[in-house]
Design a protein around this ligand. Sequence first.
Ligand code: FE2
Length: 185
Amino acid sequence: MVKAWYMDEDTMSDQRLEHHRSPPEFISLEELYSRTGVEYFNLNVDTYASDGVLDALKKERGYTYEDEIICSKECLPNYEEKLKTFYKEHLHTDEEIRFVLDGSGYFDVRDGSDQWIRIAVSAGDMIIIPAGIYHRFTLDTKNFIKAKRFFIGEPVWLPYNRPADDMACRQQYLNKLTQGFVTAR
Ligand SMILES: [Fe+2]
């Protein structure tokens, strides 16, 4: 089950650690949504193919593309280097949608005050990271995640590293942040 918390300022130790503040500052999924626009759905990994929940979500949101990825030391050549690449702060022109089937990892997103929020995902967690938000990903110390990726239309995985403040998707994201995600939804 997903958990989210504000990260510490420690940039020296391993990115795969939890990086809690002292004392820890957890936030609820409602707070996560209102502060970042990140959406969360809980799916059943054993029945998702037939229970209709994922199908309804795909239909509602227009996801027409999907594939499956595995990140692990065995599956990724130059694993440690890849980890650092994933961890570069970036944004996309489209939503980043991930449904975790097995394993675990962390998605870090910036809130409106530029603070890092760490989102711990594991099997059954589906998160939708809005277009235009600065974020990054890392495996955790278990070094294994298997996830489905979704996309509306032809997939574009291109990351734009920070700074990308002049991009239209960034401006649109900031407008939603100012207006409030609850009303913009
Ligand atoms: Fe990304």
